[in-house]
Design a protein. Sequence first.
Length: 94
Amino acid sequence: MSFPMRVSLLVCLSLTLFGCAESVTFAEAEAMTPVGFWQGYFDGVTLLISLVGSLLDDQIAIYAIYNNGGFYDFGFVLGVGTLGSWSLFGSDND
C-alpha cells in the first residue's frame, strides 16, 4: 500500500471515529451506567484520535469518567498497547 493511500485511510478512519468520543460532566456521569473492559479497550485504541479531537473540541474526552474501575483501566491500557503495536507507516518488506 502506498504512502498516500495509507494517509488517506488514516484520515478517513480518524474522521469516522471522532463521532465515537464523548464528554460528560461529573453530574451526568453519576446517573450513567458504568462502562467496562470493552469500552476501555476501544478508548485506548482510539486514544490518538480522541487526543487530536479533544484539542479541537472541548466536548471530546480521551477517558470515560463513568467507568467501573479496574476492568476499564485494564482495557484502556491494553488498547493503548494494541495501538502502539500497530504500524500503519512501517517499512514495506515485500
